[in-house]
Every structure is written in C-alpha cells, then in structure tokens.
Design a binder for this molecule. Structure first.
Ligand code: HT7
Ligand code: ZN
Length: 875
C-alpha cells in the first residue's frame, strides 16, 4: 500500500464550484447523478490537462463533458479513480456522471450504507468517493444541491444538508425532496439520510434573534429518549454564543441517530449523524456518565460548525486543527456544565492511561502526523486528546482573554477556507503580539516529555531552588527531540497547609505559570521562612510525565491540603501508585503483603469529608486503574498489578467497613434518576462505596449488591450493582445476568452494557464467557457497538484476562480482527491496537503477541487499515 506524505501536499488542480446530486435511492441499487461545475484552479502549479476524480466501488452508467457523452478513449477508470484525459483549461466546464452503488453490500459503513432499514452516509474522511466520483479532498469546497427520490412507504423521511427547497409526489408511490446548502463545504461534510423516522422538534433563538428549528430523528420506539439530547443541543448553542461569540448559521439543525456507526458522531453541515449511544437516554436505560457523554458529544459536533465546517482543514494531516480544538471546546463546555474539577480529572486520566501509551509505542505520531497509509487510522487519541491538550496550553499561556482574541481572529481571517494548524498558531500570535516558534514543536514532535524536578531549600537564604529538566524518549522516525515550551503551573503550600506566597524575580504571586523552554532550567523562589511543599503542574498544565520524588507523607499532606483540585486528586493517586508498586515488589519477592497505615488513614479522612462536590469525593476514593499502573511499569506484570491493587482495595474495605457502609447509607436513595449535580454525585459516591464493600465477598456484601440491583430505578444504580455482582463470586450471578437480559433485550444500548460488563470481568471464567457470548444470538459482527462491547471490552478493558499467559486472548483477538477485516476494516484496525503494545510485556507474552501480529500481516487481502496498524506495530 502507498504512503501519503504531508510534504507532498499540492493545491488541487481543479475546483468544483457547485454540484447537483440526484439520488434515486434503493437498498441494493441506488442511482447517483452528479453534475459537477468545475474549472481549473488558478493556484494550480501543474500544467497537466487531465482531471483525476477519486471513486471506489462504483459502477459507471454514463459520463459526459459539457453535455457531450465521453467516448471510452476519453477517460480511464481504475479501482480508485477515474481520469478524464482532456478537460477545458481556459473556461469553466460541466461533468455529468451517472453511477450505481449497492448500499446493502457496504458493510464497511463508509459512503452510503444501510443501518437497519435506514439509508445513511458517512463521508469523513474519504467516504464520498464511495458514492460518486469527486475531488474527495477537504480543500475542495463546493456548494451542494441535492435531490433525493425514493419509495414513500419505505423512506418517508428524506434528509440532506442545508435547507429544504422543495418536495413532491411521484407515481408508483414515490416522492422526492430537494435540499440546498448555501455554504460551500468539502464533500466529507455531505450527508443524506432516508428512512422511517420519527422527529422530535424544538427551536432555539440565537443571540441575534434568529429562530432555528431543531430536529432530532430517531426510530419511533426511541422518541421518549431524546429529551436530554435536545436540551444538550440548546445548551451547546447558548454556550458557544456566550463563550466564543459564535452563532449558528442555517435555519435548521438536524440530528439523526443510527444503530450502525463506526465512531461516535459526525458533524455533517446541518445534518449530524450520530451513533444512537450519543443521543438516546432515559434514566432507566442510560447511566449518569452516558448522560454526560451525550451532552459532550452533542456539544462537540455542534462546535464543529465553526471549528471544522466554516473553517475546515486543508488536508488530513491537519486533522487536529479541527479535532484538537473542538475537543478542547467540548471539554470546556462539559466542565462549565458539570464540575470543572471532575471533568479535568476524567480527561487527564483518559489521556494518561490511553494516549500516553499510544505516544510511547510503535504507533506514536505527532498531533500533526507526517505520513499515513490509511487516514482512518489517524483518528487517534493523539490527534484528538493530545491535540486538545496543546490547544489548552495555548489557553494557559495566553490567558482566557488572549486565547479568545486569537480565536476571534482565526475565525474572522479564515471563514470559508480550508487551512492549516500553522494558520491557527499564526492567528494566536498576531492577536496577542507574541511569538510561539518553540511552541510549534508540539505539532511536529511525538512522544510524551518527561519533566524531572528536584528541589533545594536554603534555610539561611530563605530560598527554594526548583530545577526542572525536560527530555522526551525517541519515537518512530524521531530519535532526537528538541526542548518544548512547557507551561508549568505552580503553587506553594506552607507547613500548615495554607498557600505560601510565591516570590519570583522580586514579584509576588499566589499561583504562577512558569515557562520551561530549555532542557534544564532553575527557578529561585525567595522570602520563604520555612520550606514549602510544592504543588507542581497544577491542573495538569502540560501533557507530560512528571518525575518528582515525593515521600508518602508529602503526598498525604497534598491530598489533605492542596487547593488545586487536580493536584489534590493527583496526590492521592501517586500515594496509591507508590503503595501498590511497593506491594508488587513484595509479591515479586514472595513477601507477605501489608497495607501502609498511612493509606488507611488518608482514606479514612476522605470518607469523613463532607464536601459539596460528591462526584469529586468519589474520584478521590478511586484507586488508579490497572492500565494506568501498567503504563508506569518498565515490564508490565498484569497479574501482580491486579493482585496488588485488589489487595489494597480489599484491605481498605476491611479496615474501613463501617465508614464505607455509613457513606453508602447516607447517599443511598430510592430514586428514578434525577440529574442534578447533587443526585449524580450521591450515586457516584455511593457506588464507589459499593465497589469497595463488594471486595469482601460476604453474605452482607452479596445482599447489598442484590438489593440495589433489584430496587434500582435508574441505570446508574442498576449497572453498578450488576457490575459488583459480576465481579464477585455472588451466588445469584447467573440469575441476575439473565434477568437483566430479559428486562432489556429490546434496548440495544443496554444490551451492549450487558456484553461489556461480562467481557471486562476479572473473575476467572471470563474468557470462556467471552467465547460463549460470541455465539449469543444478540451478538453481531456487523454492529460496531456490539463488537466494541464484547471484543473491544475484552481486549482493551480486561488486561488480566486478555494477557493470559497461554496466549488464548491474543489468538482470539487475531481471529476476530481477521473476521472483521473484510467486513469492516475501520473497526478491525481499531481492534488490532490491543496487540500493538507487545514490547511492554515479558518475553513470553511478547512472542505470543508478535506471533498473532505476524499471522495478521501474512493474511491475504488484508485491508490497508489493518495492514498499517499491524505492520507498524511490528516495525
Ligand atoms: N469528525 C468525525 C469523524 C468521524 C469519522 C472518521 C472516520 C470514520 C468514521 C467517522 N465518523 C465520524 C467525528 C468527530 O470527531 O466529531
Ligand atoms: Zn470531532
């Protein structure tokens, strides 16, 4: 397969000013007519006369140029493109194409495909070329006019981008609807939907007083699960006006929820297509965290209307321009709507456990990658989540007002254009009168920097010297790293826990952001009567690994006193990490295990707290995830990590039984799922306690979980109880699982939870369960949500069993990857990543994982998607 390089970018040779599309829709035989109004791009540097249009899996019916049918000698078709040998160079011209496609055969879910009985499209990144021949690249922006014709009974609802401009009845029970999008857009933002859909309607008045119709389309039986999505959309629209001054531009905003979708959602202009997972919610079917994610994803797609649609990417290497920025915007939105402290911790936790692993492995790449074989493989945690961290650092460095000035300039300068990450930084610089040359390296350098910090206190001089060194491990094709511009937010705590003044270069601050720009830098803080405790990298001000030796006492102190909510949580995490790693060492040395009393005391303190933010309190009680711990180990020992962590959890449950029970009882209410922050916090804290108590495997703990399972009137409580039951030797496990299935068998999203819960269980029979579930009538390889729920959860959320010593987990995953390879390459390649980290394990596991990767690579007819991930993993 061919590699595409950023350095080879050239502007398009031709432009498409407008396109008229006519679809005669049918499940297996859709006819597409396309009228392309084109001209040579005045900026093109290539004097060639031919026009190359991308197209895949298309059957040509007719083609003409300026109304004249083309002879066979005038054009050539390959599996990937059509070349018109001679097109006018000095004047606009029109290409008319008619082609056929088969949506039902399209199991890859790119282009036009069937989801249930509904037809829908997914064109990002390069799906439009599976609909018709086109200049399928984001820097070709075109005005679209679309007419959809279909059987009226099968497809009563016909939707596309923009405004509805006409509709009518035809003979033989057929009808048509016309759509026009007044905004020029790249074809990846094109969408159509046809089906039997119910519409939930509302409206929104913008800041300038315009009325926008809001419509959410779902299958009839889901109409009662759209209230939260609609409210989220209105919240997002208002938030973007208030925070960024950005108003919606069309008169209509539509969202369609589909069961079959490769990712979360898609920001098509005026017609978002969503995975049902990020739309449908009712308190009895969706958890609190589902509710939060729905609001976040609805916000994300809505915010793309400016950061992505009005201003789009010049080429796919610039993906983080729209994705990193939009993730940052959705993080801010959720933080403002819920608890900023909790949101920041959740985001950092996900970044450190998952993106840091990507950045440390064979698939590491900069947020602006330089090469790809298959662009779909670059919708990564690095491009999205690290990309958002890079934007966040700009926000930190420029301040909220400076960042907003930069955004205003970016939106004003580039409205209607397809631009680059460089244009974004240029706008930040110009609006703030600053120079960000060194900062630019974050866009081109892969890998997670390590920040090593040492401190020296001089009692006589009343001075604290903080020395910071930065380094970054080599990543594929980048052996040497240059120093980055790292914003390091810092606070100082006096021995009584109160803030100590920060005096640097004669100026006093309460909190400061230090600019670390060199490989090594020393900062000297004056006027300190006593040695302060340093609170460093507050709010996780940069995506780095912090290496700062701390005693358990110092961590316990910060856990008690740090006023920075992130660093307070982080102190608790590092305390647990230290203790767990000591226990792992004891396990390796076959010494008996004892839990340090300091941890019990710290948890005792946490359980006694009566703070306002109960969700935050629940986070303080959560031990670091096994995958986070794995990321800290030179050679990952999944068994030792699991046993040491379980030991800590069980010992805490034993020693603090009364406290966990007390807090559980205080917050346990019989409720049908209210969504106030307080109710969510109570559920979160109570269920954190349940999870500890469940460790005890006692009659009382079994009774508690069972009672909650039976009495729960909201999904958060029901699934938390079932999770406790599944992750224990509960005598009624089979009965509860069966009852849950019977209760929810008609709710696909709930059944996904049922699969995922069993696949991620740490109980000994899990692999056999997973194999059995693969044969379950409700399991379906054609449904990405189901594949993620079973195969994804097992291989990515169950390190203990996926990494079984005998290699059965690896073999199983490779089998499934190969089965998915022909059905849905995007989903298949996502699953391969479970094997990519093979270098992190012991020699035996390395061999077993490599064997499966070799087996995948050696398979005939491997998709580009899977080939790229598997071969790069081995490199
Ligand atoms: N911009 C959207 C990306 C997306 C996508 C990419 C590849 C294949 C399928 C896809 N579905 C959606 C989603 C987003 O970031 O908003
Ligand atoms: Zn996005």
């Amino acid at each position: 397969p061919q590699t595409v390089y950023l350095k080879d970018y050239t502007p398009p040779e031709y432009l498409i000013d407008s396109v008229e599309l006519n679809f005669d829709l049918d499940e297996q035989n859709t006819l597409v007519e396309s009228r392309l109004c084109m001209r040579r791009n005045p900026q093109s540097t290539d004097p060639g006369m031919s026009l190359i249009l991308a197209g895949e899996d298309l059957e040509l019916v007719n083609i003409s140029l300026d109304g004249k049918p083309l002879a066979e000698a005038d054009f050539a078709i390959t599996p990937e493109a059509m070349t018109l040998h001679r097109v006018p160079q000095d004047r606009p011209f029109v290409v008319n194409i008619e082609n056929r496609i088969n949506p039902k055969a399209n199991t890859a879910l790119e282009g036009l495909y069937l989801s249930g009985s509904m037809l829908c499209t997914q064109c990002e990144a390069q799906g439009f070329r599976k609909i018709t021949w086109f200049l399928d690249r984001p820097d070709v922006m075109t005005r679209f006019k679309t007419t959809l014709t279909a059987d009226k009974s099968q497809y009563p609802v016909l939707l596309s981008n923009g405004n509805k401009i006409g509709q009518g009845e035809l003979e033989h029970n057929r009808h048509w609807v016309g759509w026009e999008d007044p905004f020029a857009k790249p074809c990846y933002l094109f969408a159509l939907v046809a089906g039997q859909l119910a519409c939930v309607a509302d409206n929104f008045t913008t800041m300038s007083g315009r009325q926008i119709a809001l419509e959410i389309f779902v299958e009839q039986h889901n109409v009662d699960k759209c209230t939260h999505a609609m409210q989220s959309l209105k919240n997002a629209m208002r938030w973007d006006e208030e925070t960024y001054g950005l108003e919606y531009d069309l008169d209509l905003y539509m969202i369609v929820a589909v069961d079959h979708f490769n990712m979360g959602a898609m920001e098509n202009k005026g017609l978002n297509v969503f995975n049902t997972k990020f739309v449908l919610a009712r308190p009895d079917t969706a958890t609190d965290s589902d509710y939060e994610h729905i609001e976040g994803v609805i916000g994300h797609e809505y915010f793309h209307n400016w950061s992505g649609n009005r201003i789009t990417c010049r080429d796919w290497f610039q993906l983080s321009l729209k994705e990193g920025f939009t993730v940052f915007r959705d993080q801010q939105f959720t933080g403002d709507r819920t608890s900023a402290a909790v949101k920041r911790i959740e985001d950092v936790n996900a970044l450190r456990t998952r993106q840091f692993a990507e950045d440390a492995g064979p698939l590491a790449h900069p947020i602006r990658p330089e090469a790809y074989i298959e662009i779909n493989n670059f919708y990564t945690l690095t491009v999205y989540e690290k990309g958002a961290e890079v934007v966040r650092m700009l926000h930190t460095l420029l301040g909220a007002a400076g960042f907003r000035k930069g955004c205003d300039l970016y939106f004003a300068r580039h409205d209607g254009q397809a631009v680059t990450c460089e244009d974004f930084i240029n706008a930040m610089e110009a609006a703030n009168g600053v120079e960000l040359n060194q900062f630019r390296r974050w866009y081109s350098q892969a890998g997670t920097p390590v920040l090593t910090v040492s401190q020296q206190f001089d009692t006589q001089a009343q001075q604290l010297r903080l020395t910071m060194q930065q380094s970054c491990p080599p990543t594929p094709n980048q052996p040497e790293k240059a120093p980055l511009h790292i914003p390091v937010k810092l606070g100082l705590l006096a021995p009584d826990g109160s803030p100590a003044p920060i005096v640097l270069d004669g100026r006093q601050h309460e909190e400061i952001t230090l600019n670390l720009t060199q490989s090594e830098q020393t900062f000297v803080f004056d006027k300190l009567a006593r040695q302060p405790v340093v609170s460093l990298l507050r709010g996780f001000s940069a995506p780095v690994n912090l290496n700062m030796p701390r005693s358990l006492e110092e961590l316990a102190f910060l856990l008690q006193h740090d006023s920075d909510t992130f660093n307070r949580w982080e102190a608790g995490q590092q305390l647990a990490v230290k203790v767990i790693f000591d226990l792992i060492e004891d396990l390796h040395q076959q010494r008996p295990l004892h839990l340090n009393a300091l941890v019990v005391k710290a948890f005792n303190g946490l359980l006694a707290e009566e703070g306002d933010d109960l969700s935050y309190q629940a986070l303080l009680l959560a031990l670091p995830d096994e995958s986070y711990l794995a990321g800290q180990m030179p050679v990952i020992d999944v068994d030792a990590i699991h046993h040491a962590r379980e030991f800590v959890k069980t010992t805490l449950a034993h020693d603090l039984l009364d406290d966990f029970e007390r807090v559980y009882r205080i917050h346990h209410r019989d409720e049908s799922g209210k969504f106030s922050a307080d109710a969510i916090g109570r559920r979160r804290l109570k269920n954190a306690c349940l999870s500890y108590l469940n460790q005890l495997e006692s009659g009382a703990s079994y009774a508690l979980a069972k009672a909650q399972f039976e009495q729960a009137r909201n999904m958060t409580d029901q699934i938390a109880a079932l999770s406790a039951i599944v992750n224990s030797h509960h005598p009624d496990k089979a009965e509860c699982l069966d009852r849950f299935y019977q209760q929810w068998q008609r709710e696909a999203l709930v059944i996904d939870k049922w699969f995922a819960l069993q696949a991620s269980s740490h109980m000994p029979d899990t692999f056999a369960t997973v194999q059995r579930l693969m044969q379950h009538p409700a399991f379906d390889m054609h449904t990405p949500n189901r594949v993620r729920a079973l195969i994804g959860a097992f291989s990515q959320a169950n390190p203990l069993h996926f990494h079984a010593k005998n290699g059965e987990g690896y073999r199983f995953l490779a089998d499934q990857v190969l089965a998915l390879n022909t059905l849905n390459p995007q989903i298949a390649s996502r699953m391969v990543t479970g094997l990519a980290q093979w270098r992190r394990y012991d020699g035996k596991r390395q061999e077993l994982m490599k064997q499966q990767l070799h087996r995948i690579v050696a398979t005939e007819a491997l998709s580009k998607d899977v080939y790229e991930i598997a071969s790069k993993s081995l490199a």
